[in-house]
Write a protein that binds this ligand. Sequence first.
Ligand SMILES: [Zn+2]
Length: 295
Amino acid sequence: KKFAREVLALETLTGIKSESEKFAGANDTYGVEAMMQDGKSLQFGTSHNLGQNFAKVFNIQFTNKDGELEYPWQTSWGVSTRMMGAVIMSHSDDNGLVLPPKVAPIKVVIIPIYSDDNKDEVLEYSREVYNDIKEVTEDIEFDDRDFVSAGYKFNEWEKKGVPIRIEIGPRDLENNQCVIVRRDTLEKNKLPVSNVSEYVQNLLDEIQKNILKRSEELLISNTYSVDSYEEFKDIISTNRGFVHAHWCGNPDCEEGIKVDTKATTRCQTEEGKDNTGPCIYCGEHGEEWVFGISY
Ligand SMILES: [Zn+2]
C-alpha cells in the first residue's frame, strides 16, 4: 500500500480476502485493490499466509534450536504485470499514458523546433537547457530527430506518458525562455531558462502529488456504503465502484450476490470487522465487506 501510494501514485484498498476468493491452501490471503476509471476494481497484488500447509505436503522441514525437526511457516508475496496495468489504467487519459514521475523511464523530453536558417542556434541553446536539467535528473531525452515534425514528436511523447515536455523555438531563444508542458494537466507555461532546472525538479514532485491526489479522488468518489440489497444492485449496475455492505460470511450469499450482480467480495478492511449489521442478502448478522466488479 505504501509503495502504491508513494511510488505508483495509486490510492488503494487493502484487506483480507473471503474464503472463496483466497488462494487455495492458504490460511489467509491479503489483497491490494485499486480503483480504475471505469469504476471496476483491479487486484494488483496479493500475499498469502500459507501456514505450514505446503511444508507438510512437500515434506519440508528444518532443525530448530533444540535439535528437533519442524515444519516451517511460509508466506508468498506477489505483484505482477497487473500492477503495471493498474498504473496504466488508473492514470492515463485519451492522449495516452500518464506516468508518475517516480516510475517514468524518461521524465523530461526536450524538443527543439527549428528551420534550416536557425537550426544551429536553436540546437545549441536547447543543448544548454538539456545540460542544465541533466543536473537534476538523468532521465532526460533530447529529441533532435529531423525526419519527423515537431507536432508528431509532441503526440508521441504525450502518448508515452513523459511527465514534462520542453519546447524550444527561435523566439524562445530571443527571449531567453522555453515552453514547459506538463503531461498530467496538459498545461503550458513559458519560463525563463535561468531557473529551468529548479522549476523542473519542483514540477516533477508536483505532478507526482497531483496524480496521487486524482487517484485518491477517484477512489473516494467511487466508494459507496449501502444497507439494502436494492441499493446495492442499483449502484453496482450503474456506477460500480467499491461498495461497502454487510455480509454474513456465508458463501451461498456471496455466490447469490455474484450471480445477481457480477459483484464479488474484494476484501475486508481492518475496520470492516468491527462494523457489524444485517447481511444485505439474507439478513443474518454480518460484518462489513467491500464488494466490486473486478477485472
Ligand atoms: Zn447472508
